[in-house]
Design a protein around this ligand. Structure first.
Ligand code: C2E
Ligand code: MG
Ligand code: MG
Ligand code: MG
Length: 282
């Protein structure tokens, strides 16, 4: 932020700002190397039915094993990658990793499972993105609908006409679109029923508040989803009371530490089996 506004301006940096700029510049450099050196991995967090407990899919979440800094969380580099534009290359790299993993599971004879990959809304500015996804489906022989996308609402409305074309193109490939962090951005509700979006993900911040007292916003989002015929996934469920409340209110799916944290691929698949054996017992 300071970087883009600071160019050519008189600007007084304090030490904290200087340190942050240095960190950002380092991340920018390291990202480039990191992609080449294969330092990024996807972890997989189960998405489950609130009614049956069955695991219905995974969200793929990036982890960076930085050679010097160790495990780096996406919150520290996704935003920078967005700003520098490196997110395009990083997302494509991660989409490829997810597709390769789906192929590996398929070759192992695992039952088909859906993986959602987070992508920047920057991809929704070029029709090429549809070709990219089509090629991934072909190259990795993916089951229809097994690789789906999560996107936040903010970027979509910048160029709604083009984004709409792209989303229709993706939908025709069987790719379902998940609207991530729903409720936290500038919701432009007008476009929701025009776009072939399939799933709303209620942001964790709303679920956090859903403990002893009710949260009218969660009710409102669930009603909205119902009337638009959208599926809902509640993010960040940590407590049994949240699960029960959401289930009572008609929310179909959930995700959160109550079932599992994001796991490396092999552990995630193993978890599905051990967990489903225990569903009847909890
Ligand atoms: P998100 O897509 O909303 O992902 C959900 C985040 O909530 C993940 O954090 C997940 O680990 C965390 N989470 C899930 N359940 C719980 C819970 O019960 N309790 C708590 N405390 N946290 C929970 P993570 O992995 O750190 O990812 C943060 C954000 O970074 C993601 O938010 C997403 O916006 C972005 N991101 C992650 N991976 C990718 C990626 O591959 N590409 C892009 N473009 N963005 C990504
Ligand atoms: Mg997400
Ligand atoms: Mg989310
Ligand atoms: Mg979130």
């Amino acid at each position: 932020e300071a970087k883009s506004s600071g160019r050519g301006q008189v600007c007084y940096f304090n030490n904290a700002m200087r340190k942050r700029l240095k960190q950002q510049a380092d991340i920018e450099n390291d990202l480039q190397h990191g992609i080449k050196n294969n330092e990024f991995a996807l972890y997989y967090q189960p998405i489950f039915s609130l009614n049956t407990g069955a695991i219905v899919g995974f969200e793929a979440l990036v982890r960076w094993f930085h050679p010097k800094n160790g495990l780096v969380s996406p919150d520290t580099f996704i935003q920078i990658a967005e700003q520098t534009g490196q997110i395009i290359e990083l997302d494509l790299h991660l989409l490829t990793l997810a597709a390769a993993q789906l192929k590996r599971w398929k070759d192992q004879g695992q039952p088909p499972i859906r993986v959602t990959v987070n992508v920047s809304s920057r991809h929704f500015a070029s029709l090429e993105f549809v070709d990219t996804i089509r090629e991934l489906y072909q190259r990795y022989e993916l089951h229809s609908g097994s690789l789906c996308l999560e996107i936040t609402e903010s970027g979509l409305i910048a160029n709604l006409a083009l984004a709409t074309k792209i989303i229709h193109g993706l939908a025709s490939l069987g790719v379902k679109l998940y609207l991530d962090d729903f409720g936290t951005g500038y919701s432009a509700l007008g476009y929701l029923h025009q776009l072939p979006i399939h799933v709303l993900k209620i942001d964790k911040s709303f679920i956090d508040q859903l403990t002893e007292k009710e949260n009218p916003l969660v009710d409102a989002i669930l009603k909205l989803a119902q009337s638009l015929n959208l599926t809902v996934v509640a993010e960040g469920i940590e407590q049994q009371t949240q699960w029960q409340l959401l289930k009572q209110k008609g929310c179909q799916f959930g995700q959160g530490f109550i079932v599992s944290q994001p796991l490396p691929a092999d552990q995630a698949m193993a978890f599905v089996f051990s967990y489903s054996e225990n569903i009847g017992k909890i």
